[in-house]
Structure formats: structure tokens, C-alpha cells
Design a protein around this ligand. Structure first.
Ligand code: 4NP
Length: 156
């Protein structure tokens, strides 16, 4: 079983969308039962909330349903997950600092999700929260590209 955690800032836009995109690809590949997939935020402001309505609507237009509720990453996640994929440099720094705190408990591989992109040359999945509709579409384009690469890397 491979255990994958997607992390952004609020856990209401990018990481729940990454979780939904990856689950969608797993279902298409018949690989759902080989993975545990979750998402979390480095911040706690939105804990318990559904994904942002704009993100849910954009995903829905691509046939992807986002069902996750926001939660904040905790030190136990570094034991519960093998792969932790971050969206931007700030998330990465935050998660790496937490991994230091988790100390020996952390066997998780922590890396930027865009590392798995092949169609896009992006340095991050940009935060769409304060922008317009196009930002959400761009996030989904990046996530579909990166999650396709991630699935090939983990299940290839
Ligand atoms: P996310 O987007 O990190 O992709 O979930 C954000 C959502 C909310 C906030 C920032 C980013 N916020 O500051 O409330």
C-alpha cells in the first residue's frame, strides 16, 4: 500500500483538488486499492470546511468530485504517509520544518508536486484563492499533469 499526502496552505483549494485528481486517476487505472490518499493544510483556518466552491465547480466540470474536509497537517502524518507532495516553496519549507520536529518518526519523502509535471514547466502550483476563475483552471491543468506523472512514478 502506498500512502500519499498532498499539502497546501489552507487545504481548501490546491491540495483537496490534488487529492481528487489523483483519486480520479487511480479509479481510471483500477489502482484505488493500492493507495491511501489524503490532503492537509499547513494552516488551520479552514479546518472542517469543504473545498472552496470555485475549486469544486472547476473540478466538477472535469468530472472530478471533491469530497474532502480541511484539516491541518500534524506530526503523526510523517509516520502515516510515505510520500508528501507540496504545492509551493512556502508549503515545502513549512513541511520540512515539521519533519525536523517529527525527528526519527519521519520516513516520508517530501517533495514539490510539480516535480512530476511533464507538459508544464512550472516551479509551483500557485495559490488561486485571491485570483479569478482562470487560476482554478490553471491549478487543475497543473495537477492533472503532475498527478499523472506521480502515478506513473509510484505505480509504473
Ligand atoms: P489553498 O488556498 O492553500 O490552495 O487551500 C488557500 C486558501 C485559503 C487561504 C490561503 C490559500 N487563506 O489565506 O485563507
Amino acid at each position: 500500500m502506498k500512502r500519499v499526502l498532498f499539502v497546501c496552505l489552507g487545504n481548501i483549494c490546491r491540495s483537496p483538488a490534488a487529492e481528487g485528481v489523483f483519486l480520479h486517476l487511480l479509479a481510471q487505472a483500477g489502482a484505488t486499492d493500492r493507495f491511501v490518499v489524503d490532503s492537509a493544510g499547513t494552516g488551520g483556518w479552514h479546518v472542517g470546511k469543504a473545498a472552496d466552491r470555485r475549486m469544486r465547480e472547476a473540478a466538477s466540470r472535469r468530472g472530478i468530485t471533491l469530497t474532502s474536509r480541511a484539516r491541518q497537517i500534524d506530526l503523526g502524518d510523517f509516520e502515516r504517509f510515505d510520500h508528501i507532495l507540496t504545492m509551493d516553496a512556502s508549503n515545502l519549507a513549512h513541511v520540512q520544518a515539521l519533519a525536523q520536529e517529527a525527528g526519527g518518526a519521519s520516513g516520508a519523502r517530501i517533495e514539490p508536486l510539480v516535480r512530476y509535471c511533464s507538459r508544464f514547466a512550472a516551479s509551483e502550483v500557485p495559490d488561486p484563492y485571491y485570483g479569478g476563475e482562470a487560476g482554478f483552471e490553471h491549478v487543475l491543468d497543473l495537477l492533472e499533469d503532475a498527478c499523472t506523472g506521480l502515478l506513473q512514478a509510484l505505480d509504473g
